[in-house]
Design a protein around this ligand. Structure first.
Ligand code: 3AT
Ligand code: MG
Length: 313
């Protein structure tokens, strides 16, 4: 279907590739920002240990996978280890106690305790300019961060594509799951999907060393297995020669072409509308805007990452 006549296809992608690359360079975080993030990580780690005893604070999301833009916020996750003497607390209790402790520290501002979110978190700003989300015991987030980092290590075009799409979505104000649009994480998954279709990336979750069966590595009940030995990936998978020739400009064009005119949103929308217009006598639950955009999480297969999307966005 990609070979169909496309009247909008530019004859040359050189200029857009050049511009995109310059833009990516500009949007890279500076080393000094990295230093501020590390200092904040250390401070949060000290505070967590003070409140709960033994604890580990790990960065995830763009701070952990190399996909951060300059001035990106930092996502961190706290892991308590009751076996080593820390307390055992529920996610809501965690948010309350760490949130209350941070309130007492003048270095933190705009502290929000999001206790009812799907994944409860504390949001805050540090006086050094870094915004931070603090989550709790979210092993899957650590693993999906590692999966995205592995994809980035395969081909440098992944980072360039992600950076451009993220900045585009932020500027269009369609990058906020709290107000009905997609998270950055969702956009990264969309980019990876397109790159897989173009043969630029493999599906790391189906590649097994020695070509054996895909193992089941349990994480919160889901299979977190993926092929992570990128240095030896070429033994099991090679990009197609055509995919290697594709420039950032061409791949960006393909991203927008695919989601504008090939991806089948329409079916999902129709399904939703049918459900909503069902007669009242029909006791089926009314599905409201749930399936406008379906994006399967790589590990948590029953979680639609596109679920926050509303009809408007
Ligand atoms: P920014 O640089 O902050 O824009 P990011 O790559 O850090 O982008 P997010 O802030 O959207 O991405 O998400 C941070 C991490 O949180 C990424 C992923 O490990 C986890 N995450 C976010 N949204 C979801 C989701 N809907 N399902 C599962 N994990 C998610
Ligand atoms: Mg983030």
């Amino acid at each position: 279907s990609d070979r169909k006549y496309d009247p909008y296809r530019p004859t040359s992608f050189d200029q857009i590739t050049k511009d995109a690359k310059e833009f990516c360079q500009e949007l890279m975080p500076k080393p000094e920002e990295e230093t501020r993030k590390l200092a904040l990580l250390q401070k949060l780690s000290d505070i967590t240990v003070e409140v709960f005893g033994e604890a580990e604070v790990l960065p995830f999301g763009s701070s952990g996978n190399g996909l951060a833009l300059a001035n990106a916020d930092m996502d961190v996750c706290v892991f308590l280890n009751p076996k080593n003497g820390s307390e055992e607390v529920s996610p809501v209790e965690f948010v309350e106690r760490i949130g209350d402790r941070l309130e007492k520290d003048p270095d933190f501002e705009n502290i929000l305790q999001l206790k009812r979110a799907r994944v409860p978190i504390v949001k805050l700003n540090h006086v050094n300019g870094i915004a931070c989300d603090i989550g709790y015991q979210n092993d899957l987030a650590i693993w999906n961060t590692r999966l995205l980092r592995a994809y980035c290590r395969i081909d440098e075009r992944v980072r360039d594509m992600v950076v451009i799409i993220k900045i585009w979505a932020k500027r269009r104000k369609i990058n906020n799951p709290y107000t009905g649009s997609l998270s950055s994480y969702a956009y990264v998954l969309l980019v990876i999907h397109v790159l897989q279709r173009r043969g630029v990336l493999p599906n790391l979750q189906t590649i097994v060393a020695g070509n054996g069966k895909v193992p089941f590595w349990d994480c919160q009940g889901f299979n977190r297995y993926f092929f992570e030995d990128i240095a030896n990936l070429s033994r099991y998978w090679q990009p197609t020669p055509e995919s290697q020739r594709q420039s950032i400009g061409e791949l960006l064009y393909e991203f927008f072409r695919y989601y504008a005119s090939e991806f089948r949103y329409a079916n999902h929308v129709e399904d939703t509308e049918q459900a909503q217009s069902a007669p009242a006598a029909d006791s089926k639950p009314v599905v409201k805007n749930r399936y406008l955009f379906c994006i399967e999480d790589p590990f948590e297969l029953n979680h639609n990452v596109g679920r926050p999307v509303d009809r408007y966005s």
